[in-house]
Design a protein around this ligand. Structure first.
Ligand code: ZN
Length: 412
């Protein structure tokens, strides 16, 4: 039994570890180690489309439970918008809109300088052009009448970055297209182990960003080819900024306008760097492995996360699972159960589907993973099927483990 459990810990990483520790909390939502707050509600992009995707991406890492704080609509009274930042390890900005109340701005500055984590996502670097401390947090920004008065461009010259104070606008992009992202800091926890150059799916290539650029590290750039109405420069795409004791991860990637799908957000490169950047911002370290399906020099890789998968799709993806396969399919199932766990009718339906799967032709490893989930969430209704699995050598140990945890009766 120990051997099988151990292989699960290895194959499912932190998520598996947390779920398998017998003393873990029974709460279906509180076993993610970090709390994230997405701020949304106003944007020149489709925040109604992008915010659920960001939430799902963070949750699928297994590292975050995610709340969303929605501001009042454009032009409405903002005085009541006062999220409690202190409850979160990381605050993710999917926001480009009206100014926040002074008290909220001060609270945010105190949160970040005191050690809070921040993720700046795409057009959030267009926001708050007049908020001096915010501009220090984002390092570089665009539009909002930003210009040389707001700081330099950061340019790649002769193998290093230089500050370019040449007068000019801040913020531009050519037509959307797929483009290569080049890692410039291969030692940083966020980018360590990623392919040196990888093909990002169709996106806006944010260019000519400028700002204070203090305590800024450019992790990755993309070349804005003049053939595609670009600047002819290697433009910063992924950045970190230290603000006081706080850590900021800034991704210029991820354009989402109109209806889904959003190719830029489906790119595994976007997803993985967001997950890793958020973890680094929250904790200062990155524990997530780089998935095999990461895009390569020539080949895009998309993970259609713009909508939640159905349980049938998740189980279908899981059907042939074996150790060493991507953990995403496992995480999708765990998250689906967690998100829909209400000990009522909905969970009863989920359990019914899981039990059907266990009686079907899926791989033993997939069935063992589902036994593990049932050990946390299962009811007495699962026992007959689990007892059948106990008779099969490949699933016997995990089935017994689930039965023991459901019944509370341990056989050794
Ligand atoms: Zn955009």
């Amino acid at each position: 039994m120990k051997k099988i459990i151990l292989s699960f810990v290895i194959s499912t990483g932190i998520l598996g570890l947390i779920l398998l520790v017998p003393s873990c909390t029974q709460s279906p939502v509180s076993d993610a180690p970090n709390r994230a707050l997405i701020i949304s509600g106003q944007n020149n992009h489709n925040w109604q489309g992008s915010t659920p995707v960001l939430k799902q991406i963070l949750e699928n890492s297994g590292l975050f439970s995610v709340d969303v704080a929605q501001t009042p609509a454009t032009g409405k009274d903002m005085s009541t918008f006062k999220p409690d930042f202190s409850k979160y390890q990381v605050v993710v900005l999917d926001y480009n809109g009206d100014s926040w109340p002074e008290v909220t701005k001060k609270a945010f500055e105190a949160y970040v300088s005191g050690g809070g984590g921040v993720v700046i996502y795409h057009a959030a670097d267009n926001a708050f052009a007049d908020w001096k401390e915010y501009n220090k947090m984002i390092g570089l920004g665009g539009w909002g009448d930003r210009s040389e008065k707001d700081g330099p461009y950061i340019r790649w010259r002769d193998g290093g970055f230089v500050r370019d104070t040449f007068p000019g606008r801040a913020g531009s992009h050519g037509p959307q297209h797929a483009f290569r992202v080049t890692i410039r800091d291969t030692a940083h926890p966020i980018t360590k182990g990623l392919p040196a150059i990888w093909m990002h799916s169709q996106d806006e290539l944010y260019s000519e960003l400028r700002g204070p650029a203090e305590n800024l590290t450019v992790l990755a750039t993309a070349f804005a080819d003049t053939a595609n109405k670009g600047t002819g420069q290697h433009e910063p795409m992924l950045m970190t900024i230290n603000y006081g004791k706080g850590r900021v991860f800034h991704t210029a990637l991820g354009h989402a306008m109109g209806d889904a799908p959003y190719p830029a957000m489906e790119c595994v490169g976007f997803i993985v760097t967001l997950q890793r950047g958020a973890e680094w911002a929250a904790t200062g370290a990155v524990t997530q492995a780089v998935p095999e399906v990461f895009p390569t020099f020539n080949v895009e890789s998309k993970w259609p996360l713009f909508r939640p998968l159905t349980l049938a799709e998740i189980l279908s993806n899981l059907k042939d699972y074996k150790p060493g396969d991507t953990r995403y399919n496992l995480q999708d199932l765990t998250n689906y159960i967690r998100q829909n766990y209400d000990v009522g009718e909905k969970y009863a339906t989920i359990e019914k589907n899981l039990l059907q799967f266990l009686e079907g032709t899926g791989s033993a490893d997939a069935k063992n993973y589902i036994c593990k989930e049932l050990s946390v969430y299962g009811t007495d209704k699962a026992l007959p099927v689990l007892k059948k699995l106990q008779k099969n050598e490949e699933t016997a140990e995990m089935a017994r483990y689930a039965i023991e945890r459901i019944t509370g009766v341990y056989t050794n």
